[in-house]
Design a protein around this ligand. Structure first.
Ligand code: FNR
Length: 188
């Protein structure tokens, strides 16, 4: 089984990005699974808190999920042409302590998707993630690209991706990423 962990960068109940990952989970190819986590429950990073108490339980669980995943699929909203703070905060916590970065992120296959009600679909947030992914030593997958623009028209009132052409693009994207993950040395 190829295990993909989907990380949504939104706390919003009807988040387009969480909806994108829910659809991706339905579209994963045979022999692959996709679980989804959001920043819910992850406190603001505070070095004093870390020094006094260590990692919060939500971060310990997040790190365990990242460590056991074969690949990460980040679904990022775009705020002010950048990465939303809650999403960056989640990854910043997961990068602590720094000595654990290589174990968690080193060579880890990562793909990016984004959704936005705007016309550019979050492309600048995707770009902003690149330096973070490089710093963490991940192995980004660049062959597929998916920005979902005008998202308000593509999801229903329950946050489900209902637009068939977008679902098809997402299915192709997820299959491509899973193939990339499976092609990594040592992959089962
Ligand atoms: C936004 N939004 C937004 N959209 C975009 O395409 N480019 C941008 O720069 C911004 N900037 C921005 C700033 C702030 C503070 C907010 C709250 C929102 C709109 C954003 O894409 C929209 O709220 C999405 O619905 C967020 O993603 P989720 O929560 O639906 O996954």
């Amino acid at each position: 089984m190829t295990r993909i962990l989907g990380l949504s960068g939104s706390l919003r109940r009807l988040s387009f990005n969480s909806g994108l990952l829910a659809a991706a989970a339905e579209l994963t190819p045979e022999g692959a699974s996709l679980d989804v986590l959001t920043p819910k429950g992850v406190p603001l990073y505070d070095a004093d808190l870390e020094a006094a108490e260590g990692l919060p339980p939500s971060v310990v669980a997040l790190k365990a999920a990242i460590a056991s995943a074969d690949g990460l699929l980040l679904a990022t909203p775009e705020y002010n042409n950048g990465i939303p703070g809650v999403f960056k905060n989640m990854i910043d916590w997961a990068s602590r302590p720094a000595g654990d970065i290589a174990r968690l992120f080193g060579g880890k296959p990562v793909a990016l998707v984004s959704a936005s009600p705007g016309g550019l679909g979050g492309v600048l947030a995707q770009d902003a993630w690149l330096s973070v992914l490089r710093t963490l030593g991940t192995r980004p997958w660049f062959e597929g690209r998916l920005m979902v623009s005008r998202a308000g028209a593509l999801f229903d009132e329950n946050g489900r991706l209902r637009d068939e052409p977008t679902r098809e693009r997402l299915g192709v994207f997820v299959s491509g990423f899973v193939a990339f993950v499976r092609a990594q040395p040592g992959s089962a």
